[in-house]
Design a protein around this ligand. Structure first.
Ligand SMILES: NC(=O)c1ccc[n+]([C@@H]2O[C@H](COP(=O)([O-])OP(=O)(O)OC[C@H]3O[C@@H](n4cnc5c(N)ncnc54)[C@H](OP(=O)(O)O)[C@@H]3O)[C@@H](O)[C@H]2O)c1
Length: 339
């Protein structure tokens, strides 16, 4: 190990108790991660998002009929991986041997994804894994919100084989995933319409979309029946119901799909893309590059203090957040404090 500026034996972390409401989360002292081994870096976390995925695991919110499978995968009474948090930004506190490309003090961001563990003061990451330098133009809070929505959107657009000029409808274009998908589709040359309620109209339009529609006022498919892609980022409809609003060769992206839409399939010349998004290492630098160029910027609706984790979860639980919700473990502007 070349340098360790984190010598405390314990750190603060939020751990999840038995599945339930935000009150099941407890702020406790846990052992500091071991010094980084070969090929690893120790990150002092500055900010982490509280995603819909975190809230879903905390509450074990699974599609009907999948509760047992969820417990099998995540843990029976409580999540086996008790420290939640899928993405972070921070500074490198120490590096192990055989690490090229990172040095103590570097500002970074990363996406352990399903491995979680970001709602803590420190986390070990593989240096050649899902971690990259923080784009300079982004705050720590923004960098902590790049990946959950961004990489999910990248996955589904890749699977949909989006082509320039295609007409894309995004249901839930104001959420973390929907706003990222709408923006990335615009960057991919698509003609995008975003759906959200009226209070999010300006935000959705700011993504560069061609059209906007309010789902509280009318047709979920924005009055059209020939979409090339319908991306449902809230679980508002199903492939069976959306199929009639797709053009020949159209694709339905069941990002928040229930049991019936979990497995990709074809029907009547239309295609369903469902299931969990793969978490690819290559998407992290790609998102950093898009952010550095200014083309893609995650929207952070609110930054909570680290001690307000339960409040942050409660807000995510409403299903109405705009973009991302972030907790600041190191207050913004205080990045030079003890590592
Ligand atoms: N398949 C995967 O691997 C994968 C990965 C990540 C996430 N997901 C799932 O994707 C979903 C979206 O995640 P997220 O983090 O983006 O959620 P989110 O940020 O909580 O989405 C909230 C947004 O959805 C909008 N909304 C709520 N009901 C709506 C409706 N009926 N029609 C249109 N918009 C509506 C809200 O806008 P208004 O306030 O304007 O209604 C709000 O801005 C979640 O169910 C999550 O579990 C799946």
């Amino acid at each position: 190990m070349r340098k360790a500026d984190a010598s405390a034996a314990t750190m603060k972390a939020w751990v999840c108790g038995p599945y339930g409401p935000p009150e099941t989360l407890q702020l406790v002292d846990v052992p500091m991660p071991s010094p980084p081994g070969a090929g690893e870096v120790l990150v002092r976390i500055h900010a982490a998002s509280v995603s819909s995925g975190d809230a879903r695991v905390r509450a074990l919110r699974m599609p009907p009929g999948l509760g047992f499978v969820g417990r099998l995968a995540l843990g029976f009474r409580r999540p086996r991986r008790a420290i939640l948090g899928t993405e972070f930004s921070g500074t490198v506190a120490a590096v192990g041997n055989e690490v090229a490309g990172f040095s103590p003090g570097d500002a970074v961001f990363g996406f352990p994804g399903a491995q979680v563990g970001c709602h803590a003061e420190y986390r070990i990451m593989p240096a050649n894994g899902r971690i990259a330098r923080k784009p300079e133009g982004l705050s720590f809070a923004e960098a902590a919100a790049l990946c959950f929505g961004g990489s999910t959107a990248m996955h589904f657009l890749r699977k949909a084989d989006l082509k320039p000029g295609e007409r894309v409808l995004v249901i839930g274009a104001s959420g973390a995933v929907g706003s990222a998908l709408a923006r990335l589709a615009v960057l991919g040359g698509a003609r995008v319409t975003g759906i959200a309620s009226g209070r999010n109209a300006d935000f959705v339009r700011s993504l560069g979309v061609e059209g906007y529609a309010d789902y509280t006022e009318g047709d979920l498919f924005a009055g059209s029946r020939d979409w090339d892609i319908i991306a449902d980022a809230v679980g508002a409809t199903t492939f069976a119901d959306a199929r009639g609003a797709l053009a020949e060769g159209g694709r339905f992206l069941a990002i928040a799909g229930g049991v019936t839409d979990m497995f990709s399939r074809k029907s009547g010349g239309r295609r369903l893309v469902g299931g969990p998004a793969e978490e690819r290492v290559e998407d992290i630098p790609a998102l950093a590059e898009l952010a550095a160029s200014g083309d893609f910027r995650p929207h952070v609706e609110r930054v909570y203090e680290f001690t307000q984790m339960r409040e942050a979860h409660a807000h995510v639980d409403t299903g109405r957040k705009r973009g991302a919700v972030v907790v600041a473990i190191v207050p913004e502007g205080d990045e030079t404090g003890p590592g």
